[in-house]
Every structure is written in structure tokens, then in C-alpha cells.
Design a protein around this ligand. Structure first.
Ligand code: DGJ
Length: 710
């Protein structure tokens, strides 16, 4: 770590600049030594930074003094005084590894011994800024925090367009865009666990005009937190916008002891002057490097048994399925829910969570036998767990009622017939960590874990927290991260999928511990196009598990496969029901996917045609050296099939020649695209484009084109 500026005392009027290659955030010390946000936007030269007008927008507004709108932080001191004054004390800028620059700005209350530090990590090449807050005090008794934003940002534009992502089980991340009006718009979650079931902690904010994929000023922001979150957008009397992001203060007053540190999760944002597409590519590049475990490495293709068997399996059935994984050519077989419980074997979702011993009735020879079968079939073996949960019908429930979140004097409230374990309790953290550790210790060849979480919190009360119940939502997630941290210390690189009843948990708080996440239980390929489109705004394809299933058999296997190939390809299908052609096609698709996976996992994504704007969706990936690209084009007309027209490509080298080839065709099928096997300049492909379908396509059909520089 090299100190660039060292600990600096800044005189009023001087600025602290947080910048990336194309963005500047300028904070200036102003009257009363308060810190103001003077600029956020495209990068400014130092000369222009020094000419910025005086701002009245305090960078991180405390509650209780002259503030008239939503505060970033609220504290009640131990003497009952409900106000906080934050004055600039000092700042420090350090150059970290890989070009990151970290700035810490210390603010102090002149009357009370309270310190607030605003942290900013700038990733210049990725054009991304990560910011969070830390507070501590040295009062004689505890203080109470009731607001604790990770970030506050101010904007001044004639209009503000907010894109949010909302949904439900099997309908995750539906995109909605609307102009903000005066007052406060809040997007939040109060669900505790499986917190993102209805709203995702991510948004796009278009300034002045609605941003398109390639035009407009847009800020893309997301919170690195797997629990309750809150984004608020307050448009004031002067049409200025105050954005705040952080853990949801709902029911979460936090009692902070003297000298204890309270740190918020990070708010991660990128500012794009060229629309949403660039914002996503910035996020993807950052995520692969820093936000997702092993994001620059490889992934395993797999066959999962959930949709093929649900709970209904035995050793023989699994042996056959593992054989099918080998036949298909994927890397791993993933055994899903239903393999555990002896007093209560897990045959439905109403029993056994908590009893993580192999069900002898179903698998008499244990996991060892399945690992052996897998080894013989030339595939690896992975397993599903949901260790944060317990069913009332389980041995764990009987043994440790004090480990369960449930209200005294009230009936238990079930969701999927289960309850949540109290991860604020270190003993429960040990237990949950132990579930993973025991699996690896007894099965050293275990190569993959799917970590599920199928319910939110209701009627929640922690026996461990006693009188500090309002710490529950925050300390639960902190406890969970402690478990993830321990798990990764011992098993740093085993691939793991984060799942939460589908996409109830997909955020950059958890993803540094996981290699991929499950986007949705909805694997209907048509609906997946929308779901993948939504997540792709913030997450790179390498992190998105996408499986070919039989959820909707009306859709051709090719259509289903082409959609799943845009993520980390997997299958959750009965291979034995495939026709000979379908099997040949699938084996070929797995081979093609492996050949192209470097472009799909590590390339830049260009979204060319939105499913929200017509009956087609087209996206492409381009490798960093612009020598290889893959285009995925989907005809989304449900009944009649519609010619998709011409689509202009992006991200190619205009001076290079590219050979266009349609791939992923069913055995015997021939491409009907005029561009197939032709060579064009990148310039032509980006100005004139390619046809995204041949003539008279049927409903729900798709094309995959490979472009190779000559
Ligand atoms: C919910 C997950 O989203 C599914 O993929 C599957 O693992 C089930 N849970 C198992 O109970």
C-alpha cells in the first residue's frame, strides 16, 4: 500500500477527488468544515475541478440539525441528544494493488466523540467506485443508530429515469422504468433472508433522458448486501435528487457500544456517458476481477437432477442419471434436494432440513458410492444443501429449539414448511459451517456445492440476541458472511452456486464467496430471455447458472439450449427421454459451448435488441482481442414467427474481416442465413448488420452465429 496524499488536513474550499478513467466525484470542504458533493459525472480535468461552483449538497447528511430531507445517518447519543454534526477532519488516499485507489475521509462531531469515515475505492480501468461508511464513538455508554446509509449521492438534471428490477418466485428481475416525481421513491426489502425475492438491490438512473443501450448518462448502482436493503430517491423542491443506498433501517435500530465499529456494506456504482450497455460492461469487467469468486477462471458444465426427479430417487436412479451426465459430455453431476435425513427421510419438503446425514433408506451406500459412479462415468460430483434452515419435523428442531428464529408466545409461522436458523448465534454459525466442512471431510472428492435458501423471515425472534432484537436483520447477514468466509478460507476454490428459492439472493455481498448463482426456478426459455436480460445489467454471464430443462416442452430443445448457452450452461433434464437427434445435438452443443466458453464467460456483452421492445432479443459477446464473437438471436413471437430483420453488431474491430458461421444447428439442418459462411469487415457488420433470422421463421426459434476474425 503506497500513500499518495498521506493524512491531509484540507483547508475550506479544497477538494477531494475520487476518480476513474472516465468519471470524477468531487467532494469539497466548505462552510463550517462540512463536506459537500460538488460534482459527479464524466471525468473533469484538475483545472476544471478547481472552477466548480460552490455546492449546498452535503456529501453525507446527518440527522437532527438543519437538514430538511432524508438523512444519511441518524444517531441518538447516550445523553438522549438526537443530533449529529459532521465536520471534515482529515483524509487519506492510498494506491492499492492492481491500480485501485482508496480514499478514506474522516468526519468528526465537534461536541460528541463520534467519528464517521467515508470510504471510496476507485477502480480506474473498470470505471467503478465502491463506497461505504464506518462509524465509531467513545461516549461513556452506547449510542443508538437508526439510519446508516452506505452512500448518499446528489444529482441535478431536468429529469430522472429510474429502472428497477422487481419480481417474485419464478418471475425474477422484471425491468420497469419510470420518471421520478417529487417526493421519495423507495425500493427495499424487509424479508431478512431470501431478501431479494420481490425487489433486487440494483437500479439504473438515467439523467435527463431515458438512457438507451448506447446513449445517455446513466448511473448503475447496486448494494453488496444479502439482507434487507433500501434505495431511496428523493426529489426536492428544487428538482435536485438525493439518492441513498444501504441496509434497510426498518426495525433495525442498532445499539453501538463505545469503541465498537459499525461498518456498512458497500454501494457499488459506475457512471456511463454512453448508455446502459457500457455501464453493464464496466460492472461485468469489475465483477470478473473482484466481485465474483474466480470470475476470470473457468466453470463446470453440469447435469442437475432436480427437475428430472424432484425428491423421488434412489441409488439406482441416480447411478443412471450420473451415467447420462457422462453421455451428455458435461463436467459434473449435481445431486439436488432429497438426499438426507434418517429419522425423517427427506421425501417431501416438509421434513429433514437440519439433519444433514445421508438418508440410508434412499442411498444405502452413501455419497461415496455416487462419487465412485461419477468417477467411472468421467464426471465430477456435487451436492445441494440448505444449511440455514430447519423443518419442525427434524432431529435438529427437537435438539436445538433455541437455535431457531421464532417468536415467543406466538404460533410458529412456516413458509415451505420450514423455519430459519439463528445465524446471529456463533454456535449456529459453527453448525452451518460444520455442514459444509463435514461434507468435504467425508467426501474429499466433492467438487461442487449448491447453497439454497428457500424462505424469508417472518415471526422472527432471536433467543441469542435477547433485548437487542433490532440487530437481527443486520447480524443475521453478518453471521452468514462469517460462515461464508470460514468456508472459503478452508475451501477457497471449490465452485459453488448460490441459490435462494430461485433468484432470492444475487448480490455482490455474497458473490465474492460463490462462483455462480441460480437466477430463477423458472427455466422456461422464453421467460428466461427476460430474466437473463435483467440480471445481465449487473452480472457477467460467467456468474449466471442457466440450465436446459423440460419446463416447457413446447419449445424446441435448440431454443432452450441456445438460451442456456448465454450463461454457465447446465442441464436439468431427463437425458433418457431425448430422441437420438436431440442427444446428438446436445452433445454437440456441450462441445461447442466449451469451445466458445472463453468468449461467453470473459468477453464483453453487447445487448443489441431488447425483448422489452419487440418480439426479438439479440445479444453478442466479443473477446477482448476482438478476434472472436458469438451472437445469440431469439425470435420471441409466441405464435406466428416473425422475421427478425437486420441487427447491427457492436464491439468488433472495424478494420478486421470476420467470417460468419451459424452454429448449434440440429443434425441435418442447414443454415438459411444469407450471411452464413461469408466474410465481412467489422465495419460492415456494425453499420449494415446481419439478419437475425432467415425467412419465415417459426415461433420461438433462435440462431447462434460465430464470428471469427480472418
Ligand atoms: C429451490 C431451488 O431454487 C431449486 O433449484 C431446488 O434446488 C429446490 N429449491 C430444492 O428444494
Amino acid at each position: 500500500m503506497t500513500t499518495i496524499a498521506g493524512m491531509a488536513q484540507t483547508a475550506p474550499g479544497t477538494s477531494i477527488v475520487i476518480e476513474t478513467d472516465h468519471t470524477s466525484l468531487v467532494l469539497t470542504v466548505g462552510d463550517q468544515q462540512r463536506l459537500y458533493q460538488t460534482y459527479l459525472g464524466q471525468r473533469l480535468s484538475p483545472v476544471d475541478q478547481s472552477r466548480l461552483p460552490v455546492s449546498t449538497q452535503q456529501a453525507y447528511v446527518p440527522s437532527g440539525l438543519d437538514n430538511l430531507f432524508e438523512p444519511a445517518i441518524r444517531m441518538v447519543h447516550n445523553d438522549g441528544n438526537p443530533s449529529l454534526e459532521l465536520r471534515y477532519k482529515s483524509h487519506k488516499t492510498d494506491a492499492l494493488a492492481q491500480g485501485q485507489i482508496h480514499t478514506a475521509i474522516e468526519l468528526r462531531d465537534p461536541k460528541y466523540p463520534v467519528e464517521v469515515t467515508l470510504h471510496f475505492s476507485a477502480y480506474p480501468a473498470e470505471d467503478l467506485i465502491k463506497t461505504w461508511m464506518e462509524v465509531r464513538h467513545h461516549e461513556k455508554k452506547p449510542v443508538v443508530l437508526s439510519r446508516f446509509a452506505s452512500a448518499m449521492l446528489h444529482f441535478e438534471a431536468p429529469h430522472y429515469w429510474l429502472t428497477q428490477f422487481h419480481g417474485d418466485w419464478a418471475e425474477e428481475v422484471r425491468q420497469q422504468e419510470a420518471e421520478l416525481t417529487s417526493g421519495i421513491k423507495i425500493i427495499d426489502s424487509k424479508l431478512g433472508s431470501r431478501a431479494q425475492m420481490y425487489q433486487s438491490p440494483m437500479f439504473l438512473l438515467g439523467l435527463d433522458k431515458q438512457a438507451t443501450e448506447t446513449t445517455g448518462d446513466v448511473l448503475a448502482g447496486t448494494l453488496a448486501w444479502s439482507g434487507n436493503f433500501q434505495f431511496s430517491f428523493e426529489l426536492d423542491n428544487r428538482n435536485a435528487l438525493r439518492m441513498m443506498a444501504g441496509m434497510n433501517p426498518f426495525a433495525s435500530e442498532y445499539t453501538l457500544k463505545p469503541d465498537e465499529k459499525f461498518e456498512t456494506p458497500a454501494f457499488i456504482f459506475t457512471y456511463s456517458h454512453q448508455g446502459k450497455g457500457l455501464a453493464s460492461r464496466n460492472l461485468h469487467r469489475w465483477a470478473r476481477q473482484y466481485g465474483v469468486l474466480d470470475g476470470t477462471k473457468e466453470r463446470l458444465t453440469l447435469l442437475n437432477n432436480w427437475e428430472a426427479t424432484f425428491f423421488d430417487f434412489n441409488e439406482q436412479k441416480l447411478d443412471a442419471l450420473i451415467g447420462d451426465a457422462g453421455k451428455l459430455g458435461v463436467d459434473l453431476f449435481l445431486l439436488d434436494d432429497g438426499w438426507f435425513g434418517n429419522k425423517y427421510p427427506r421425501n417431501t419438503d416438509s421434513t429433514s432440513l437440519g439433519d444433514w446425514q445421508v438418508a440410508k433408506s434412499k442411498l444405502p451406500n452413501g455419497l461415496g458410492h455416487l462419487v465412485q459412479t461419477a468417477t467411472k462415468a468421467g464426471v465430477k460430483f456435487g451436492i445441494w444443501i440448505e444449511p440455514e434452515m430447519v423443518n419442525p419435523k427434524s432431529e435438529l428442531y427437537a435438539k436445538h429449539p433455541d437455535w431457531i428464529l421464532k417468536l415467543p408466545n406466538r404460533p410458529e409461522h412456516y413458509y415451505r414448511q420450514q423455519l430459519v436458523l439463528d445465524l446471529t448465534n456463533p454456535k449456529v454459525q459453527d453448525f452451518v459451517y460444520g455442514v459444509v466442512d463435514e461434507l468435504f471431510t467425508s467426501n474429499p472428492q466433492l467438487a461442487y456445492i449448491k447453497w439454497d435458501c428457500n424462505r424469508m423471515m417472518t415471526n422472527a425472534y432471536s433467543q441469542y440476541l435477547g433485548r437487542d432484537q433490532s440487530h437481527l436483520y443486520i447480524d443475521y447477514v453478518r453471521g452468514l458472511y462469517k460462515v461464508f468466509g470460514r468456508m472459503r478460507q478452508k475451501y477457497p476454490h471449490v465452485p459453488m452456486m448460490l441459490c435462494s428459492g430461485g433468484g432470492g439472493r444475487a448480490d455482490y455481498g455474497a458473490m465474492p464467496y460463490f462462483t455462480e448463482f441460480w437466477l430463477s426456478d423458472n427455466t422456461d426459455a422464453y421467460e428466461r430471455v427476460f430474466i437473463q436480460w435483467g440480471y445481465s445489467q449487473f452480472f457477467p454471464s460467467i456468474a449466471m447458472s442457466a440450465h436446459v430443462t423440460s419446463w416447457n416442452k413446447q419449445q424446441s430443445l435448440k431454443f432452450r439450449t441456445d438460451v442456456a448457452m448465454m450463461g454457465r450452461l447446465g442441464y436439468d433434464i431427463r437425458v433418457e427421454e431425448m430422441t437420438a437427434d436431440e442427444l446428438t445435438f446436445s452433445q454437440q452443443a456441450v462441445r461447442e459451448y466449451k469451445r466458445l466458453s472463453d468468449v461467453i464467460w470473459h468477453g464483453d456483452l453487447y445487448r443489441l435488441a431488447s425483448p422489452y421492445e419487440g418480439n426479438r432479443a439479440v445479444s453478442m459477446f466479443v473477446n477482448p482481442t476482438q478476434t472472436q464473437a458469438v451472437v445469440f438471436a431469439y425470435n420471441l413471437h409466441l405464435r406466428t414467427g416473425e422475421e427478425l430483420g437486420r441487427v447491427r453488431l457492436q464491439g468488433l474491430d472495424p478494420a478486421r474481416q470476420y467470417r460468419v458461421q451459424e452454429i448449434n444447428l440440429m443434425p441435418g439442418a442447414k443454415s438459411n442465413l444469407p450471411e452464413n459462411n461469408q466474410t465481412y469487415s467489422g465495419d460492415y457488420l456494425m453499420k449494415v448488420g446481419v439478419l437475425a433470422s432467415g425467412p419465415n421463421p417459426a415461433a420461438l426459434t433462435s440462431k447462434v452465429l460465430e464470428l471469427t476474425a480472418q
